[in-house]
Design a protein around this ligand. Structure first.
Ligand code: NAD
Ligand code: IPM
Ligand code: MN
Length: 361
């Protein structure tokens, strides 16, 4: 199969993890006789430096034409003092919006091999396997007005949703729940926010169409607590943009590291932007310390969601598991008796594992 992939490495550890993602895609292509072509574009801080804007036109155009997009990470201290509309993060928000990627799927699974790597008790983490369906192109991140007023004496951000925006993300969540364990938790702040009250109404309406799915509503503060006290309670969580952002970093603790969490930002027709959940990690950038597994697992999501290559996706996931079982890890993962390696070495191990795995099984 032929596929064209746009790579947006971005800033900090972004280029390091994007390199790992590309190498895994190349290994899969070679093994399965696919033709994957690549095109690299600027986004974020590196785009500000080279093109004077966090989201250059040619980047947007290339993404529109691609079969899938991979993004490393954007941002860093160098650009932190720029005005809001010129920050690297605006590039990421812009490309999600431009491509209409309203659903961000963030699976959180505690790998057997990493149960002890979590600071939480092993008995708490065991069995955790959940999916956060985060609304990605609306809510508090995009509502207007968002501005400083009266010479900085006042400031406003707006949490706004149309009924349509809530309906489509809720539908996505029901569909995801149906493919998993049929349990949906809609997370909101309906005791305070009007937008959450409408969100609840829509979940109640939609559930009539999915009678096999058990649905409940949970307030976001309580959900944050339950995520670390009884994570295996959850199957699919659907929530507003910023709630989903915060809960997913929290949930990464179950896996042992933020460097383990992949994500897919998708729309209805199959185009997706695949991005690790973590950021540009300026504290470790350029030191070959970044854990590439979040990116490699994001590649598995690309193979599955955008290319419908189930077997290849499973092969990548299995290779990650095997490498962890062999106790290789980067410094972010605290594994007793493990074998610490650099980011690129860990990617090598996954690629070696791919080439030894039998695809004819
Ligand atoms: P971060 O996710 O970059 O880092 C948080 C902590 O996790 C750091 O200690 C970092 O070293 C560690 N970490 C993250 N990814 C890792 C990996 N793959 N391997 C090993 N350790 C890893 O969050 P932050 O420090 O709050 O933000 C830094 C910059 O990244 C900010 O500019 C922020 O806006 C940006 N950011 C970008 C994205 C994105 O592009 N998707 C996501 C989050 C944050
Ligand atoms: C993420 C990041 C982004 C977000 C930032 C960098 C805009 O934190 O992808 O989780 O909040 O969506
Ligand atoms: Mn985040």
């Amino acid at each position: 199969m032929k596929k064209h992939i746009v790579l947006l490495p971005g800033d900090g550890i972004g280029p390091e993890v994007a390199r790992a993602a590309k190498r895994v895609l190349e290994a899969i292509a070679e093994q399965h006789q696919h033709t994957f072509t690549f095109e690299t574009h600027n986004i974020g801080g590196s785009a500000i430096d080279q093109d004077g804007t966090p989201l250059p036109e040619d980047t947007i155009e290339a993404c529109h034409k691609a079969d899938a997009v991979f993004l490393g990470a954007v941002g860093g201290p160098k650009w932190d003092d720029l005005p809001g509309h010129m920050r690297p993060e605006k590039g990421l928000l812009g490309i999600r919006k431009q491509l209409g990627l309203f659903a961000n799927l963030r699976p959180v699974k505690a790998f057997q091999q990493l149960l002890h790597a979590s600071p939480l008790k092993t008995e708490v983490v065991t069995g955790s396997d959940l999916l956060i369906v985060r609304e990605l192109t609306g809510g508090l991140y995009f509502g207007e007005p968002s501005e400083r007023r009266n010479n900085g004496a006042e400031v406003v951000d707006t949490l706004a949703y149309s009924r349509h925006e809530i309906e489509r993300i809720v539908e996505q969540a029901f569909q995801s729940a149906r493919l998993r364990r049929n349990h949906l938790t809609s997370v909101d702040k309906a005791n305070v926010l009007e937008s959450s009250r409408m969100w609840r109404e829509i979940v109640e309406e939609k559930k009539q169409e999915y009678p096999e799915v058990t649905v409940e509503h949970m307030l976001v503060d309580a959900a944050a607590m339950k995520l670390v006290t009884n994570p295996s309670y959850f199957d699919v969580i659907v929530t507003e943009n910023m709630f989903g952002d915060i809960l997913s970093d929290e949930a990464s603790v179950l896996t042992g590291s933020l460097g383990m969490l992949p994500s897919a930002s998708i729309r209805k027709d199959g185009l997706g932007l695949y991005e690790p959940v973590h950021g540009s990690a300026p504290d470790i950038a350029g030191q070959n310390k970044a854990n590439p597994l979040a990116s490699i697992l994001s590649v598995a999501m690309m193979l599955k969601h955008s290319f419908k290559m189930e077997e290849e996706a499973e092969q990548v996931e299995k290779a990650v598991q095997d490498v962890l079982a062999a106790r290789y890890h980067t410094a972010d993962l605290n594994i007793n008796g493990g074998i610490p390696v650099s980011g690129s070495e860990l990617a090598n191990k996954v690629i070696e594992q791919l080439s030894t795995s039998d695809t004819t099984e």
